[in-house]
Ligand binder design. Structure first.
Ligand code: F6P
Length: 334
């Protein structure tokens, strides 16, 4: 079967995520498999409108799956948001003979693809972000690695917090979502987790679980705060200190969560998604976001995907409540 497109431009955009390289590799290798040429666009939309590209072949994506970051670099382009910037991007596509684009990133990346799709270019989005905040997909590339990276640091913190009988307040990334915070809290056995999706009742959600843990014999405490919580970790730590006189320390994990060699899960999901993106293009499909539902790889119309919303996983909330041993946890919806 002759593929419906003949040259794909692949790029990564927005915040990088471990596993993006594996997705790039999968797009290139699947393109070769389906008889499609593939070009790498460097620096996301910024590179697209400036004609910043690199030819990719079988060998150029060898041994990249295990590497963090993205070999194509990533950027957030203000110029592309303007009409003139998009015109420049389309001119690059024309000049390079690109009739298809695969963008790996978040909702901003997908919106950009949509704006180009109306000009006759086939577009597919792949969800790549450590935040796991893409509504149409239960999983985004990079999430598992970021959880493990955060967890490794928190395990180390726990050693020293225990020795000094302190309260550790750890801020994890997640943009405006608490998915990463909840997963990390469950995995590290935190006393408290605070997420932007739920307004904080300080006494009920923070002090009460600490009190219960203290009554249960615990002398050190782990509090996980998603970066989207108003005031962040420093504000929460200050309040805890004032209310309890506990010796409190703040750790903001920051960009360390975005780096490192991707986990097996991220490499596998990235490879499945990269392959699916090219398969869809080869079949003549366009304006789709590749997604995961459970363990299945599926795809959605980009406009529909952007209109979807995603709440926190109900099972995660229930388990967190049970593990803190307090009936009224920070995640309970009253
Ligand atoms: O979307 C990924 C993410 O790491 C968020 O968790 C965070 O809010 C943001 O990107 C940080 O962006 P930057 O790298 O531009 O500081």
């Amino acid at each position: 079967m002759k593929p419906a497109v003949h040259r794909i431009g692949v790029f990564t955009s927005g915040g990088d995520a471990p596993g993006m390289n594996a997705a790039i590799r999968a797009v290139v290798r699947a393109s070769l498999y389906y008889g499609i040429d593939c070009i790498g666009i460097r620096r996301g939309y910024h590179g697209l409108l400036n004609g910043d590209f690199t030819r990719l072949n079988f060998e150029s994506v060898s041994d990249i799956s295990r590497r963090g970051g993205t070999m194509l670099y990533s950027a957030r382009s203000m110029e592309f948001i303007e009409e003139a910037g998009r015109k420049k991007a389309l001119a690059t596509c024309k000049l390079l003979g690109l009739d298809a684009l695969v963008g790996i990133g978040g909702d901003g990346t997908f919106k950009g693809l949509l704006s180009l799709a109306n000009s006759g270019i086939s577009v597919i989005g792949i969800p790549g972000t450590i935040d796991n905040d893409i509504a149409c997909s239960t999983y985004t590339i990079g999430y598992d690695t970021a959880c493990n990276t955060a967890l490794e640091s928190i395990d180390r913190l726990r050693d020293t917090m225990k020795s000094h009988e302190r309260c550790s307040v750890v801020e994890v990334m997640g943009h405006r979502a608490g998915h990463l915070a909840v997963s990390v809290a469950i995995a590290c056995g935190a006393t408290v987790v605070l997420v932007p999706e739920k307004e904080v009742d300080f006494d009920k959600d923070v002090i009460e679980p600490i009190r219960q843990a203290r009554l249960g014999g615990r002398t050190h405490f782990m509090v996980i705060v998603a970066e989207g919580v108003p005031g962040g970790a420093y504000h929460v730590a200050e309040q805890i200190k004032n209310a309890t006189a506990l010796d409190t320390r703040v750790t903001v994990l920051g960009h360390v969560q975005r780096g490192g060699s991707p986990s097996a899960r991220d490499r596998m999901v990235a490879t499945y998604m990269g392959h699916e993106a090219v398969k869809l293009l080869a079949e003549g499909k366009t304006c789709r976001v590749v997604a995961m539902q459970g363990e299945d790889i599926v795809d959605y119309d980009i406009t529909e995907a952007l209109a979807m919303t995603k709440g926190l996983d109900a099972r995660g909330q229930a388990v967190t409540r049970a593990m803190t041993g307090v009936a009224h946890s920070a995640l309970e919806n009253d």
